[in-house]
Structure formats: structure tokens, C-alpha cells
Design a binder for this molecule. Structure first.
Ligand SMILES: C[S@@+](CC[C@H](N)C(=O)[O-])C[C@H]1O[C@@H](n2cnc3c(N)ncnc32)[C@H](O)[C@@H]1O
Length: 210
């Protein structure tokens, strides 16, 4: 089964109650969005890759306040796209959906290079996270930022809980252990912080430094 078939099949039944349930375990997203908003400048192109229901872009629009920005949602999964279009309708043309895989979109879909690209709890589902970051980097302007928030490796949590959690995430095709192993070499000159016993991590990559 292709990754897209898996996503369509998996989210078909749960997309409608996704935001309600994920509020309890996709932690740290609002702090991350506030941080992204603080880095944004007037007129920026900001892209979320794996945007899901559009929940993050709605909050980001709020946190941007008076800063004008073009927001783009890269989301390949049809049930999520339907939720996203419904939920972001009130924001009009300031949010645009690009119905493509994270490895297949390009800056020409945006009308020019991106200023900020972020991945929120999506990269740990990608089959080639390092490839997706390298691809995103090519779509950034010089000095632009890639921002990542995702599950950590629970390094400060007792072993039985860690194992159980890892097993549970794998049933959703989510693997933060593989994610951080693959992309760790990128962080030599960049910022990486872990929170809540390494439950989640936030990372910022600036194009000039990786
Ligand atoms: C756990 S959800 C996170 C949604 C949203 N970013 C959030 O923070 O609520 C992961 C999202 O990534 C998308 N996704 C998974 N693999 C992808 C890929 N290769 N390219 C683009 N999106 C992908 C899924 O369709 C899903 O919407």
C-alpha cells in the first residue's frame, strides 16, 4: 500500500474528530506557533507541511496579529483536505491548500520562495524525513527558517513506558526514533530543545547554517 493510500484509509474514519482527540497528546503546538509568529515578518510566505485539518494555520493567523502573511497548507490526504477547507473557509484567500505530498510540492506552487516552512507532528510519519527536509530547504529563500515540532524519544521516562509508547505510535505509522536518528546530523549548528521528559522536541534550522 502506498503512503497516500495509507493516509487516506487511516484518516477517513477519524478526520472529523481529529482535533478533539489530538489536543490531549500533540503537545507544545501553540507555543511553537507563537514562536513561528514571532519570527515572521510582514508579507512572509509561511508553509505548513502535513497541515492536517488546518488547525495550526488558524491559530497561527491569530498569533500573527497585524502581520500580513500568506499561509500555505501542504496536505495530500483527501479526508484531511476536506476538514481543512471547511475549517479555514473563514480566513478566505489568506490560507491556500496545496494538495501534494511533502516531497512533491515546490516554491512555484507558492508564487516564490518560502520564508518559513514548518512541520508539526508530521515528519515522524514520513518515510524519508531527511529527504523531506532537504526538499523543503530548496524551497526556502536564503536565510529562511525550517521549524519542526514532533514527538521526542522519551529519554527521561522509565523504560516500560517508553516501550509501550513506542509500540502505540508505531500502530499509527509514527516513528520519532527513526526521525531523530535520520535528521540529527542537521543539528550541529542549529537549535534543538526537548520538553516534558523528552515527550516532544522543537527545532529550528536556518538555511544559512545547514
Ligand atoms: C499527526 S497529523 C498532524 C497534523 C497537523 N500538522 C497538526 O499538528 O495537527 C500528520 C499529518 O501529516 C500528513 N502527512 C503524513 N505523511 C505526509 C507526507 N509524506 N507528505 C505530506 N503530508 C503528510 C498526514 O496526512 C496528516 O495530515
Amino acid at each position: 500500500m502506498s503512503q497516500l493510500d495509507f493516509l487516506d484509509r487511516y484518516y477517513r474514519k477519524v478526520a472529523w474528530l481529529y482535533d478533539l482527540t489530538r489536543a490531549y497528546y500533540l503537545l507544545g503546538r501553540d507555543e511553537a506557533l507563537k514562536e513561528i509568529a514571532s519570527h515572521a515578518a510582514q508579507g512572509d510566505r509561511i508553509v505548513e507541511v502535513g497541515a492536517g485539518t488546518g488547525r495550526n494555520l488558524i491559530y497561527l493567523r491569530r498569533f500573527l496579529g497585524s502581520k500580513d502573511a500568506e499561509l500555505f497548507a501542504i496536505e495530500p490526504c483527501a479526508p484531511m483536505q476536506r476538514q481543512l477547507l471547511r475549517k479555514t473557509e473563514a480566513l478566505g484567500a489568506s490560507v491556500q491548500l496545496i494538495p501534494k505530498m511533502g516531497e512533491q510540492w515546490s516554491q512555484s506552487d507558492l508564487g516564490g520562495p518560502a520564508d518559513i516552512i514548518f512541520f508539526s507532528y508530521s515528519l515522524s510519519m514520513f518515510s524519508d524525513p531527511a529527504g523531506a527536509i532537504a526538499h523543503a530547504r530548496k524551497q526556502l529563500r536564503p536565510g529562511g527558517l525550517i521549524y519542526i515540532i514532533d514527538f521526542g524519544k522519551l529519554e527521561r521516562v522509565p523504560e516500560p513506558c517508553r516501550k509501550g509508547f513506542r509500540w502505540w505510535l508505531r500502530t499509527f505509522h509514527v516513528d520519532p526514533w527513526r526521525l531523530w536518528k535520520d535528521i540529527m546530523p542537521l543539528f550541529q549548528a542549529s537549535e534543538l530543545r526537548s520538553s516534558r521528559g523528552d515527550y516532544f522536541r522543537r527545532a529550528i534550522l536556518q538555511k544559512s547554517y545547514f
